[in-house]
Design a protein around this ligand. Structure first.
Ligand code: FA5
Length: 344
């Protein structure tokens, strides 16, 4: 039995030595030290031994067991150290290499231009208001002197949701909403940027969804010359002192008199191109003196108060300012286009 144990020890130690993975080592442990292993088998047969032999063989069996277990632990530590070494070598990081730059986003050109216009008007004493994009027929049309069946409603083909609800066709309803909400009917000086929707056919200067910025100034003694002064300041600050502006008589049911303001086309320098449709001018806003009916419907006395209003298209303004030749560039989100306008 002594020889048998010694032979088992030699055999197990040789297998431990030969093992090269943790799994192989575990297999050796199970095979030699497990409950069904040969050493346990030997110990089970000890009952047949004499009383003198029993402690000797018992001690030897424990020593053999201990030797095999120690050899396995040592080998295990060796394999683990080797694996760690290998892993560290593979995952080595060179901290002196230059880092990979992280792509940083920036505001969309349209966002930037709206913020620029907001800053400009805040500087002129206007505050910023907001209104809903899903609007009632009342605020989109009726409160602006466009009763049902009024032919001017055709000027803005609309996306209706129900008979009484539609996607707003302009930001002008915010004029009526702002004046209505003021119980003390105090003076108003506000601008309202926002999205608007029309059943327009998309082309270089028209989009079915676009942005407008509404402006409204109501106070005692507001005159057409105040409107001209503000628009002139706006145009010069936005486009430079040398850009030409023209005001053309126009018609809006909610202003009287009404005008449209054009700016000379920067894309072609007034020679005529697809952006200005060959005219050398681009229309950027509609404006006028608030119609007395509109003031009255909002609870303001037109004998006491007067006002001016305007509604501009920031896409067209950005096109003019940056020489963008197609309004659709704002919505197709081609990064090559957008990145050109990121300010660092
Ligand atoms: C209006 O929408 C009036 N509510 C403006 C107004 C406000 C007049 C207050 C008087 C007082 P108009 O339909 O002309 O007006 O549009 C105003 C501006 O929006 C235009 O000058 C143009 O810059 C822009 N715009 C109009 N239609 C489109 C479109 N389909 N795509 C892009 N921009 C457009």
């Amino acid at each position: 039995m002594k020889e048998q144990l010694q032979a088992l020890e030699q055999e197990a130690l040789a297998k431990v030595e030969a093992a090269s993975t943790l799994q192989e080592l575990q297999d050796v442990r199970v095979a030699y030290l497990g409950k069904k292993g040969p050493i346990t088998e030997v110990l089970r047969g000890m009952g047949k031994l004499s009383a003198e032999e029993r402690p000797v063989i018992g001690e030897l069996a424990n020593t053999v067991r201990g030797n095999i277990a120690n050899a396995i632990d040592e080998k295990k530590a060796g394999i683990e150290a080797e694996q760690l070494e290998k892993q560290l070598a593979e995952e080595q990081i060179d901290v002196t290499l230059p880092g990979r730059p992280v792509a940083v986003g920036g505001p969309h050109l349209l966002t930037s231009i709206v913020e620029e216009i907001e800053d400009l008007f805040i500087g002129l004493g206007f505050e910023i208001k907001e209104g809903p994009e899903v609007e009632t027929d009342y605020y989109n049309f009726e409160a602006l002197n466009l009763p049902k069946g009024h032919p001017a409603r055709d000027m803005q083909d609309s996306f209706y949701i129900t008979e009484e609800l539609l996607l707003r066709t302009h930001t002008s309803p915010v004029q009526a909403r702002t004046m209505n909400a003021l119980e003390d009917k105090r003076p108003v000086k506000m601008i309202c940027p926002g999205k608007v929707y029309r059943r327009d056919t998309d082309d270089a200067t028209h989009s079915h969804q676009f942005t407008q910025i509404e402006g409204l100034y109501v106070d005692k003694n507001v005159r057409m010359s105040d409107l001209k002064g503000v628009l002139d300041r706006f145009a010069k600050q936005m486009f430079g002192e040398d850009r030409e502006i023209r005001l053309r008589p126009s018609f809006f049911p909610f202003t009287e008199p009404s005008v449209e303001m054009d700016i000379s086309c920067k894309v072609c320098n007034g020679k005529g191109c697809s952006v200005c449709k060959g005219t050398g001018w681009i229309e950027i806003l509609g404006a006028g003196m608030v119609h007395p009916r509109v003031l009255e419907m909002a609870g303001y006395d037109p004998k006491e108060y007067s006002g001016f209003a305007f509604g501009m298209g920031p896409e067209r303004i950005a096109m003019l300012k940056y020489g963008v030749d197609d309004i659709r560039h704002f919505y197709t989100n081609d990064l090559r286009f957008l990145k050109q306008y990121h300010q660092a």
